[in-house]
Design a protein around this ligand. Structure first.
Ligand code: HEC
Length: 269
């Protein structure tokens, strides 16, 4: 029971983490504008700024605690995210004290406060950035821009096997279910390694044609039990063969595995 509770608490990380990011950015913009307008002269943090900062502080503490509960399971990217997260917590506490003294003492301490506020904002931003890369994959945000200006290889579509129902010998419904329900799961958990850019084991899972490619036999139509894909995603936690590899992503949920099983089953008839 306790481990389920801990799992729940760990997952609330995703709820808390957005608050400090937004609050601290707004607080920093507001306070910098006010300091600029006051030309440093007699600048004191505003009540609104203080309110945002206290909630940002609480949100950061909650994010750090739930983040630590959420996971220690390895990987360099997790380490970086964790270090930046903890640093954010420490910096936010320091910012809070600097703010109190600036509110009391005024201009002289105001500069120290503003500097800390900016450093905290940058650190929280960086922690959030690496956290985002952890869950969405490297360059999730910027890749489309790279493709737009041509630095990033586009997802090739020319010369790729055709993905229409007739060519594949499946029903149109099977294609639709794949695109609407199965593909989103694969895109989130598998395509980073089994896609156009990096096809581990020559397996690509980014279109239905690749998934059903008879040469690789990742999926046996109508027979989930004997499909390598199902075998790999159903392996127990900690198995070295589990997909996605343990250090690279969360195992699929039972619901997601069910969606994939049902879809493979439906290809039989
Ligand atoms: C971090 C990269 C990575 C991710 C993410 C990933 N894989 Fe893999 N996959 C690999 C590597 C590397 C291998 C080859 C080593 C092995 O067989 O374990 C592999 C092998 C496989 C194989 C076995 C190929 C064979 O014929 O032996 C299957 C099936 C597979 N992956 C499916 C998946 C599925 C389904 C997902 C998503 C749920 C996924 N993979 C996510 C890297 C990845």
């Amino acid at each position: 029971m306790i481990e389920h509770l801990l799992e729940f608490i760990g997952r609330t990380h995703i709820v808390f983490l957005h608050f400090p990011i937004a609050l601290i950015v707004v607080a920093a913009v507001v306070e910098l504008c006010r300091a600029f307008a006051a030309k440093g002269d007699g600048y004191k943090p505003s009540g609104a700024g203080a309110l945002m900062i206290i909630f940002a502080l609480l949100g950061t503490v909650a994010s750090v605690v739930t983040g630590l509960v959420h996971g220690f399971d390895g990987g360099q990217r997790v380490d970086l995210h964790r270090i930046l997260g903890i640093a954010s917590g420490v910096l936010m506490v320091a910012t809070w004290f600097a703010m109190l003294s600036a509110m009391k003492e005024g201009a002289k301490n105001g500069t120290a406060f503003l500097v800390l506020l900016c450093v905290s904002t940058a650190t929280i931003g960086a922690a959030g950035h690496f956290g985002g890369e952890l869950t969405h994959g490297d360059g999730y945000l910027t890749k489309p821009l790279g493709r737009m200006v041509g630095i990033e290889p586009g997802v090739e579509t020319e010369g790729e096997p055709r993905s229409d129902a007739e060519t594949l010998g499946v029903s149109q419904q099977a294609v639709d279910v794949f695109n609407n329900a199965v593909l989103p799961i694969l895109e989130r958990s598998c395509v980073e390694c089994h896609g156009a850019e990096e096809a581990e084991e020559d397996i690509r899972l980014d279109t239905i044609a690749f998934v059903l490619d008879r040469r690789v036999q990742t999926v046996r139509r109508g027979d989930p039990r004997n499909s390598e894909m199902v075998f790999r995603i159903e392996l127990p936690h900690g198995d070295p063969d589990i997909m996605p590899p343990e250090e690279d992503g969360e195992p699929l949920t039972e619901g997601e595995i069910g969606v994939i099983r049902d879809w493979i089953e439906s290809l039989g008839g």
